[in-house]
Design a binder for this molecule. Structure first.
Ligand code: NDP
Length: 290
């Protein structure tokens, strides 16, 4: 059996088109234009690329994007001051602070300073708590993208066994909460899990969010399972350059899984699409429309 490849790029494109339509409608009917502020501290080249991509994606769907750059020498107090201003600014409906931050700045303090209603990354403890309690909230983008990709091939997940490998606050834990809400029976594995291959073999839905190239082997996968590969790992390629691979050994897994996301072109494109969707949702919430 060869797995169905779940096309994250195509799904992301349709999500973005939906956001663009709603945004045009919001502007026409209410005169409201969603605004996203992306804060970048320092000169990390990868972060600069991410910030540029986010700002471009905002413009494509009709949002106003505000890129706020602080030097690598900026203090935590300065960053918190900027966030306080953005919290008060009615043109800004979403605030995203690009991680990682320089080592002298406490990440939790910064995340906690963003008003939960503008927390489009969904990392604020209020939003994490609301998600865990099954209440409406702004939910983290990558896990939201994972759920949409699963629904493409498995609209009804009730009773399915789901295994999440990885327990980070940005991927593993929130996606586990979402799977639980979709009535899956959820297991969360991590670096101390005993016999990970056996845990994987039980899973109808397998989410890999580890950060280790091709760690999950094909023969760990239950035949017919839905496999969502969140990992993004840069490894040497045969031509002396580098290439991106996921946390799952794709060439092996594709022979056993029922459906699988590729890397690149799977979860990655969904993350920005869901950020746009969250910004639209935050705008609606702040305007009394959601
Ligand atoms: P973290 O490093 O925060 O978490 C990794 C998790 O994997 C930890 O919970 C860790 O366990 C677990 N782990 C590590 N080694 C093993 C092992 N041998 N067996 C089982 N579990 C293990 O990573 P993130 O959650 O931030 O990201 C995971 C991957 O997803 C990365 O490749 C990242 O680049 C990618 N990513 C992709 C995104 C996208 O848009 N596609 C967005 C965000 C992340 P423990 O807690 O015990 O240490």
């Amino acid at each position: 059996m060869t797995a169905r490849i779940i096309d994250g790029a195509a799904l992301a494109k349709s999500v973005r088109a939906g956001v663009a339509d709603h945004t045009a409608e919001l502007l026409k009917r209410q005169g409201i234009k969603p605004g996203l502020a992306v804060v970048l501290v320092g000169e990390n080249p990868a972060s600069q690329v991410y910030v540029r991509n986010k700002s471009r994606a905002c413009e494509e769907v009709g949002f106003q994007s505000y890129t706020q750059k602080l030097p690598a020498t900026a203090t935590e107090v300065e960053l918190l001051g900027l966030i306080a201003e953005l919290n008060e600014n009615p043109q800004v409906h979403g605030i995203l602070v690009q991680l990682p931050l320089p080592p002298d700045i406490n990440e939790s303090s910064v995340i906690n300073a963003i008003h939960p209603i503008k927390d489009v990354d969904g990392f604020h403890p209020v939003n994490a708590g609301r998600l865990a309690s099954g209440l409406m909230s702004l939910v983290p983008c990558t896990p939201q993208g994972c759920m949409m990709l699963i629904r493409e091939v498995l609209p009804d997940m009730r009773g399915k066994k789901a295994l999440v490998v990885g327990r980070s606050n940005i991927v593993g834990k929130p996606v586990a909460m979402m799977l639980l809400q979709a009535d899956c029976t959820v297991t969360v594995a991590h670096s101390r899990t005993r016999d990970l291959p056996e845990e994987c073999r039980q899973a109808d839905i397998l989410i890999a969010a580890i950060g280790k190239p091709e760690f999950i082997r094909g023969d760990w996968i239950k035949p017919g399972a839905v496999v969502i590969d969140v990992g993004i790992n840069r490894v040497p390629a045969a031509d002396g350059k580098t290439k991106l691979v996921g946390d799952v050994a794709f060439a092996e897994a594709v022979e056993r899984a029922g459906a699988i996301t590729p890397v690149p072109g799977g979860v990655g494109p969904m993350t920005i699409a869901c950020l746009l969707q969250n910004t639209l949702q935050a705008t609606m919430m702040q305007s009394g429309w959601a």
